[in-house]
Design a binder for this molecule. Sequence first.
Ligand SMILES: NC(=O)c1ccc[n+]([C@@H]2O[C@H](COP(=O)([O-])OP(=O)(O)OC[C@H]3O[C@@H](n4cnc5c(N)ncnc54)[C@H](O)[C@@H]3O)[C@@H](O)[C@H]2O)c1
Length: 348
Amino acid sequence: MMKRTRLAIVGCGGMSEVHTQRFFKLGDRLHVVACVDIIEERARAAAAMFPGAKAATDYRTVLDDVDAVLLVLPHHLHAPIGIDCLLAGKHVLLEKPMANTEQECLELIAASEKAGRVLMIAYCMRYHPLVVRMKELLDAKRYGEVFQVSIWTEQLTIYPPGHWAVKAETLGGGQFFSHGCHYIDILLWFLGRPVCGSHLGTNLGTPWMEREGTSNVTIQFESGALGYHFGTWGARGTRLGYSFHAHCTEGMLEARFTENKLIFHHGGKEEVLLETEPGKHTENEMAHFLDCIETGRRPLTDGPGSLQGLRVIWRLYEAEQKGVVADLRGLGLDEIDPQSLKPIRRSK
Ligand SMILES: NC(=O)c1ccc[n+]([C@@H]2O[C@H](COP(=O)([O-])OP(=O)(O)OC[C@H]3O[C@@H](n4cnc5c(N)ncnc54)[C@H](O)[C@@H]3O)[C@@H](O)[C@H]2O)c1
């Protein structure tokens, strides 16, 4: 049998439960040996799911026992704990968003390079079967040229007062930074390099949030295509739930997450192209992380790509404050001029 990757889960709150639900599917490749949370009962409850797993309250006490860590932590802890684990020689699967500042993201990327260990960002939507198929169909131009991708995420997410996720400093922004980062990442993946865009946010309807709880984002891409994202944590009701629409010159592709279906719309008809099991499919994301550890390949959702998405968000926030349209060119690490270290400006 192939050697199993020994993993510690650090942070055993809400999202860690989503990850662990489907780990049984990876039993022959993955061995959860420790669960860590500063709240001991959470660490114990998580460890109880894995025979022989240790429960701990300090991640440093388990690093000698593992090859890799899954970090499911408040955002302000992503960089310090992620860097510490990488420099201790551990592969890191880090929940999104990578970190709260540009500097911290660059330090995470540098630590992964220095240690020669995998740093992968847990953008689970990239590994969701409906999204993967949509990307394949768009790339193959199966239904012609794509000219508009719209992404809706409507949910009610209320955190108690004082929770790290309501404070701008620990969350790193509002719902757009925290949750919208998934969809900026998807729009860049589907549509390529961004040119310009705008974000408007409000916390009307989500008074528990220090910054916005609802966002509207529009981005124009080099191809001329447009991307749109509407995300809210204040939905008391919804019809669309989570839904991606890609308008192409021959019809519209819809990833309808409420029914776990990929649908092609054309001439008033609906054709179901794919149906999946419900859920976030984080087992595919973990399988990709294990592939990268086993083969040395670069993760699809690596540090540099994730940083580009966060730079887009920071630019959009800045432009919103100034009341201008954001210039989104030259924000990828592959677009930095190596001499001047300044972004390479491309003409439109
Ligand atoms: N991909 C997704 O769909 C998705 C959904 C929700 C959350 N997330 C991400 O998951 C991460 C965690 O979010 P959550 O909703 O689970 O938050 P949470 O508050 O429910 O859980 C965080 C846990 O970390 C623990 N913790 C805090 N400091 C710690 C430390 N120093 N060492 C060990 N444990 C510590 C807390 O006690 C808590 O149990 C965030 O990055 C968030 O953005 C991703």
